[in-house]
Design a protein around this ligand. Structure first.
Ligand code: ATP
Ligand code: MG
Length: 225
């Protein structure tokens, strides 16, 4: 479960401050598939970065499964991210020189509790789930945008994180590929029980989410319901 209390993020911009998050209180239950929606500049990415421990708030609290994130050391935060969280970004962020399976293996390799045989097996299994096992020896540039995003999703879930964060993962995809990615998220959510928090500004994505958090001017507009 993710909980926030009076979350604020202020960017000092010379003579004035940008309040990117202006007092956000929310609770996300385990296994929910949440959509964060709202206009450009409303604070969606900022909120996702705070929840994903990629940046720290100016004020307020974040608790994930009972852990007060603000109290962790940098090392503890890194370990928390590596073992419990996964990320998917708009631009896929694959390493161009590495093959599909090598990209997927990266987060698994960073863990010290798995040997090579185990992480290779985990990467293979995940590639099967996203339907790209036959492309495992290819380079990212040899795949379509939709396929590259599915590789990025495989990489994000190879460590079986409790929570998967995605910032506009379909922004560069056409409708057909977007649906493939959204269906894959739905499948991961249902079959692997992962909590998913996804930013989107496409209204038609709504049908995939269990619940929508609507942002406006750094605040939650709909009380999170
Ligand atoms: N590093 C930064 N420095 C200064 N201002 C920032 C920074 N990052 C974000 N902001 C500002 O904070 C506000 C919220 O930005 P954010 O990126 O969270 O919006 P968003 O809802 O994700 O928008 P979009 O839909 O365009 O991606 C905006 O006014 C933005 O200009
Ligand atoms: Mg954004």
């Amino acid at each position: 479960m993710i909980e926030t209390e009076n979350l604020r993020k202020v960017y000092p911009m010379g003579s004035f401050d940008v309040k990117a998050l202006d007092g956000v209180d929310l609770a996300i239950e385990k296994k929910e598939f949440i959509g964060i929606m709202g206009p450009s500049g409303s604070g969606k990415t900022t909120l996702l970065h705070m929840l994903g421990i990629l940046d720290h708030p100016t004020e307020g609290k974040i608790r994930i499964d009972g852990t007060d994130i603000g109290k962790l050391t940098d090392y503890e935060k890194t370990m928390f991210r590596l073992y419990k969280l996964g990320y998917v970004f708009q631009d896929y962020a694959l390493v161009p020189e590495l093959t599909v399976i090598e990209n997927v293996s990266l987060p698994a390799m960073l863990r010290t509790d798995r040997n090579e045989k185990e992480y290779k097996a985990a990467s293979y299994d995940i590639l099967q789930r996203v339907g790209l096992c036959d492309r495992r020896g290819h380079l990212p540039k040899e795949l379509s945008g939709g396929q590259q995003q599915r590789v990025a999703i495989a990489r994000a879930i190879v460590n079986r994180p409790d929570i998967l964060f995605a910032d506009e993962p379909c922004a560069n995809l056409d409708t057909e590929n977007s649906r493939m990615v959204l269906n894959l998220f739905k499948k991961i959510n249902e079959e692997m029980g992962q909590t998913i928090v996804m930013v989107s500004h496409e209204e038609w994505h709504k049908e995939y989410f269990d619940r929508i958090i609507r942002m406006r001017d750094g605040k939650i507009e709909n009380g999170g319901n």
